[in-house]
Each structure stands twice: as C-alpha cells, then as structure tokens.
Write a protein that binds this ligand. Structure first.
Ligand code: ATP
Ligand code: GCO
Length: 171
C-alpha cells in the first residue's frame, strides 16, 4: 500500500506528507529530489515541464515505489502527479497507490508560494500547474483535502485517511 500526496506547487503536499511519514515511521520520498538537473534548471527559469520531461522522472518514482512494494513496505511520497496519465505511470510501480490531493483556490496557494523562501519554483509557474492539473477520477483510490484548512486539520485528516487504508505488509 502506497500513499502519494499530490497537488500543484505550494499546495502543501510535502509538509503534510512528511508529517504522516514521520508519525507512522514510513519510508518517504520527496519527488523533487528525483528530478534530473535539466528539469530543475527548466523550472527555475520559469519554463513548465512537458510530458516528455516528466515521464522518465515518473518512471523512476514508480521504480522507487516498486522496490519498497517488493519488500512488503508501505510508503509515503510527495509528488505533483498532476495528470491521470502521470498517476497511471506511478501505479505501474505497484497497483495499490492512494492519492491524497491537496486542492484549493489558486489565491490561497499563490500566497503560500510567495511567502516561501529559498525554493526553486517561481510563483509564475503555478498557472501552468493549475492548467495541467486533472483531479482524481472516480475510479482512482484517494481523497481530496481542502488546503484552506489549517495545517493541524490537514495533518490529522491525512493521518486518519492513511491509518484507515493501511494494510499490514504481506510477509
Ligand atoms: N494548510 C496550510 N496552512 C498554512 N500554511 C501552509 C499550509 N499548507 C502548506 N503551508 C505552507 O505553504 C508552503 C508550501 O507548502 P509545501 O512546500 O508543503 O507545498 P508543496 O506542494 O510541497 O510545494 P512544492 O511542490 O512546490 O514543493 C510551505 O511554506 C508550507 O509551510
Ligand atoms: O510536475 C512538475 O511540474 C513538478 O514536479 C513540479 O510540481 C515541481 O517539482 C514542484 O511542484 C516544485 O516543488
């Protein structure tokens, strides 16, 4: 069982995912760390990534999930996973992937990005992320969380979701 916290840049996926991983002592991956240097350079320069830029990165993330799955481990990941086809790629790593979508109004997310120091993502890229975003389809396991809530509420809501859906690892 694997839990991917998804959403546009600045939606809070990393903050909430880290909280859940820490509380439940689960292996955690921040997808940004897996981006090749070229992708980081592109985003830092204000150019949105294309499907072609994202595919090899998503395959690496799927491999990370798959490696842990093979060990019977449950994992937590923070990854934008903006489109259905990106989530399909992640599910190729293991079938049981739940997506916790940090979702909310652009203005709220915009303010948080602008307030965040020392991050490579320029606020201007938020528009393209919002245009690219495809919300979860009804057949996708997961839940949407409203980012207008305070962090305490989001952290406990996400923790509850994961605890409700986690299954003991098969030995
Ligand atoms: N519900 C919230 N209330 C107040 N501040 C929040 C909330 N959620 C996140 N933040 C703050 O907003 C900023 C963005 O959060 P975070 O870095 O976790 O987003 P992200 O989706 O991982 O972004 P990116 O993909 O760009 O790394 C952080 O400074 C975080 O502390
Ligand atoms: O798919 C993408 O365009 C990227 O993953 C971005 O979402 C950034 O990496 C992230 O949001 C910045 O921290």
């Amino acid at each position: 069982m694997h839990f991917v916290f998804m959403g546009v840049s600045g939606s809070g996926k990393t903050t909430v995912a880290e909280h859940v991983a820490e509380r439940l002592e689960l292996p955690f991956a921040e997808a940004d760390v897996f981006h090749p240097e070229a992708n980081i350079r592109k985003m830092s320069a204000g150019t949105p990534l294309t499907d072609e830029d994202r595919r090899p990165w998503l395959r690496e993330l799927a491999s990370w999930i798959g490696e842990h799955d093979a060990l019977g481990e449950t994992t937590v990941m923070a990854c934008s996973a903006l489109k259905r086809e990106y989530r399909d790629l992640l599910r190729e790593g293991a079938p049981d992937v739940h997506f916790l979508h940090m979702h909310g109004p652009a203005e709220v997310i915009w303010e948080r990005i602008e307030a965040r120091p020392d991050h490579f993502m320029p606020p201007a890229l938020l528009r393209s992320q919002l245009e690219t975003l495809e919300r979860l389809d009804p057949d996708e396991a997961g839940q949407e969380f409203d980012v207008r809530a305070d962090l305490e509420t989001l952290n406990s809501g996400a923790l509850l979701y994961v605890e409700d859906h986690i299954r003991p690892a098969v030995p």
